[in-house]
Design a protein around this ligand. Structure first.
Ligand SMILES: [Zn+2]
Ligand SMILES: [Zn+2]
Length: 402
């Protein structure tokens, strides 16, 4: 394994070497809030940083570990304090073997759910090396932090799946069924999700010894093999799923669209996500509705917006006109003196609510007044006469404001 630079845990947490346990706890909590994966979904850099601060906190928050770290410039669970002491004094030799591999970190009691909005500034960003010359244990730690894989045999829940589903304008309003092809992980039919077909072979990493050697500067440490967990054996991987316990399948899913389904609405199909491993429950399938548009109707939530042309006479004198609605033609009363751009509300002519049964949105009609293109002399005459009868300047209110 290549030796990596040892890391300055104090710099990572942005605290002094003389920091108290309380200082360290506070610094860690502050940084953890900022970089926790729940707060930064999909952000690889934040994830890396979170691992780093977790690693730093794991060591510095534990009095014994911190002492070893201060003496050697790195920390491993496999090093016993007496040897660290000796190494710090300048003695070199073979480190002790065996020892329990402790739980690297524990976030029990942490609640990150409401931290998203308070990711404050602060925290030093450099991760400068202490320059102690000791080789680090970073590769081992990263193995532990990424859950090791090979040693995990407990039930693991399957992950959720998310798909966007295009649904046409009318199906979203009236409801119906939709079909979608998805790819999901299913329990492997050969090993029934156990990932192994029974039997085992010698671990290729440690060649059966259960231990691997890690260099720490000029010192050698024997540590538990991360691949087999010290057993020296690894189980034979299932040939169908290559030890994953699951296989990828393409599947046709049919599901119901409720009347009034909105654009962006999420439909949850419980247990239709990826299969769990070792008897763990399956994840859920989330369908995100992408509702189509219409050339005349515009939907906003449960309301329908439509622009309807009207003649000058209809708008000036008032009229009953026919307008399109999602249920067909309907009568709309245009009041006398309606202006172009004025909005008229038709109550409960919108989309039936998918959330509240029996409720409906409104239709909002924007009146667009069409000016007649007068050709004949008689119409022109009437309009001139009309202008004489109505000499008011329509721009008067505007002039008053400039
Ligand atoms: Zn091994
Ligand atoms: Zn299998």
């Amino acid at each position: 394994m290549p030796a990596t630079q040892s890391k300055d845990y104090y710099a990572i947490l942005g605290v002094k070497k003389t920091a108290s346990a309380e200082d360290i706890r506070k610094a860690f909590r502050k940084l953890a809030r900022k970089y926790h994966p729940d707060v930064n979904p999909g952000d690889k850099k934040a994830e890396e940083r979170f691992k780093e601060i977790s690693e730093a906190n794991d060591v510095l928050s534990d009095e014994k570990k911190r002492k070893i770290y201060d003496q050697l410039g790195f920390y491993s669970d496999q090093i016993d304090p007496a040897q660290a002491e000796a190494a710090a004094r300048g003695g070199f030799g073979q480190a002790g073997r065996g020892g329990q591999q402790g739980v690297p970190f524990d976030f029990g009691g942490f609640d990150f759910s409401d931290f998203a909005n308070q990711a404050g500034a602060g925290g030093r960003h450099q991760t400068s090396s202490s320059g102690s010359g000791w080789g680090g244990f970073r590769d081992i730690f990263s193995g532990i932090f990424s859950q090791g894989g090979h040693e995990q045999h407990g039930p693991q829940a399957g992950t959720d799946l998310e798909y966007q589903v295009p649904v046409d304008f009318w199906t979203a309003i009236r409801g119906g069924t939709a079909r979608l092809q998805i790819q999901r992980q299913e329990v492997c039919p050969t090993c029934k999700g156990k990932a192994s077909t029974g039997g085992s072979h010698t671990c290729p990493e440690c060649h059966g010894s259960g231990q691997v050697t890690q260099m720490g500067g000029r010192m050698k440490f024997n540590i538990q093999c991360p691949q087999c967990g010290g057993t020296g054996k690894v189980e034979n991987a299932c040939p169908t799923c290559h030890g994953e316990g699951t296989v990828t399948r393409t599947e046709q899913v049919e599901f119901r669209i409720k009347p009034g389904t909105r654009d962006g609405q999420r439909i949850r199909l419980a247990g239709k996500g990826n299969a769990g491993v070792n008897g763990g429950p399956a994840g859920d399938l989330y369908l995100i509705i992408k509702a189509g548009t219409h050339p005349v109707f515009t939907r906003q939530g449960d309301d329908i917006h439509v622009t309807v042309p009207a003649t000058v006479a209809e708008a000036a004198l008032g009229a009953k006109i026919e307008v399109p609605t999602i249920d067909g033609r309907a009568q709309l009363k245009v009041p006398p003196g309606t202006q172009s751009g004025q909005k008229l509300r038709m109550r409960e002519r919108g989309v039936p609510s998918s959330a509240h049964e029996g409720k409906r949105g409104d239709q909002i009609v924007t009146i667009e007044i069409m000016v007649p293109r007068v050709q004949d002399e008689r119409s022109k005459e009437i309009l001139r006469e009309f202008a004489k009868l109505n000499p008011d300047d329509p721009r008067a209110t505007m002039w008053a404001k400039v």
